[in-house]
Design a protein around this ligand. Structure first.
Ligand code: ARG
Length: 275
C-alpha cells in the first residue's frame, strides 16, 4: 500500500510541527528552518539517486504510535514520518510511505529489492543490522518496556519466568526476551501483540517503552522499563553514502534550528533530554 503525502509548504509545516509547543513557537524558529533547509539542500543532495525519481520512498511498519500510525484520514503520520519529511523537504522531493512487515525492513531486504530508499520504523541500530543496512546518525534513545493488565503483578524478569510474553517478530524486544530466557510468542506487529494481551492469549507485551504509553488509558499499565540503551537510526541500502550524507545533513539541520525539538515535543509530549 502506498500513501502519497503531499509536501506541505515549509511555513505551515513548521507551524504544524510546533503544535503542542506553544511557548517556544517563535517566528525565529521557522525563519531558521527556512534558511537551514535551503543550505542543506544545496550542500548534500547532488548525488542522491532515488528508486522512484522525484520521490523519497520510505518503508515503515505501523501501528507504532507515536513513530508511525494512521491518522483519522488514514495517512501514516508520526515522529519517524516527520523526520523523513524533513529529509524529503531538503531533497526537494515528495515523501511517499510504504507499509511493510518489520522483518523486511530490518533485514535490509526492502532496501535491497528497491521497495524503498529509506527504512524509518523505530529501528534500533545493532551490529547485526549494520552488516546489512547503512544507518544514519542516531535520532532517538529507546529502552524495552513491559505492558500488562492493570491488575497484574508481573513487574520484572523473575516474575515473567514461565509466562507467555508477546514480542514483535525480528525486533530487539524478541532478542531481549530470548536473551533473558523468557517464553516469547511472536507477533508480526504491535497491534497484534496488544490484541493478544486483550484476549488473554498472553500475559504481557514487550516492545520499545515509548510505544506502550498510548495503551495505559485502555486498562493496561507499563510495569517495567528494561534499560537496553538502544538508539534509532534511519536505514538506507548498503553503500548508498550519498543518501546517508543527505539524511545526516538534515538531522544536523533540524537539531540546530529547533525543528527536531518541536517534532519530539509534539509527538512524545515532553521536551527531549538527550540525542
Ligand atoms: N526498536 C525495535 C527494533 O529495532 C522495534 C522496532 C519496531 N518498529 C516498528 N515500527 N514496528 O527491533
Amino acid at each position: 500500500m502506498k500513501t502519497a503525502l503531499r509536501l506541505i509548504p515549509l511555513g505551515l509545516a513548521a507551524a504544524l510541527a510546533l503544535t503542542g509547543c506553544a511557548s517556544s513557537s517563535s517566528p525565529a524558529a521557522s525563519t531558521a528552518a527556512t534558511e537551514g533547509s535551503s543550505a542543506a539542500s544545496t550542500a548534500a543532495t547532488a548525488d542522491v539517486t532515488l528508486v522512484d525519481p522525484g520521490k523519497l520512498t520510505v518503508c515503515t511498519n505501523p501501528p507504532y504510535e507515536p513513530f508511525e500510525f494512521s491518522d483519522a484520514s488514514g495517512n501514516i503520520v508520526g515522529l519517524d514520518i516527520d523526520i523523513v519529511g524533513e529529509v524529503a523537504k531538503d531533497l526537494g522531493v515528495e515523501l511517499v510511505t510504504t507499509v511493510t512487515p518489520f522483518e523486511g525492513i530490518q533485514s535490509g531486504a526492502n532496501l535491497d529489492t528497491g521497495s524503498c530508499d529509506v527504512v524509518a520504523s523505530g529501528i534500533t541500530i545493532t551490529p547485526d543490522r549494520q552488516a546489512k543496512i547503512d544507518f544514519s546518525d542516531p535520532y532517538f534513545n529507546a529502552d524495552q518496556g513491559l505492558l500488562v493488565a492493570e491488575g497484574s503483578d508481573l513487574k520484572d524478569i523473575a516474575s515473567l519466568k514461565g509466562k507467555n510474553i508477546a514480542v514483535q517478530q525480528a525486533t530487539t524486544g524478541e532478542t531481549w526476551a530470548k536473551d533473558n530466557g523468557l517464553e516469547a510468542v511472536t507477533f508480526e506487529d504491535l497491534g497484534l501483540q496488544i490484541q493478544a494481551l486483550k484476549t488473554g492469549q498472553v500475559d504481557a507485551v514487550v516492545n520499545d517503552i515509548a510505544v506502550l504509553g498510548p495503551f495505559v488509558s485502555q486498562g493496561f499499565k507499563v510495569a517495567a522499563n528494561f534499560s537496553t540503551g538502544e538508539q534509532y537510526g534511519l536505514g538506507v541500502k548498503k553503500g548508498n553514502t550519498a543518501l546517508v550524507t543527505a539524511i545526516n545533513t538534515t538531522l544536523a539541520r533540524i537539531h540546530a534550528d529547533g525543528t527536531y525539538d518541536a517534532i519530539y515535543t509534539a509527538r512524545i509530549g515532553t521536551a527531549p533530554t538527550g540525542s
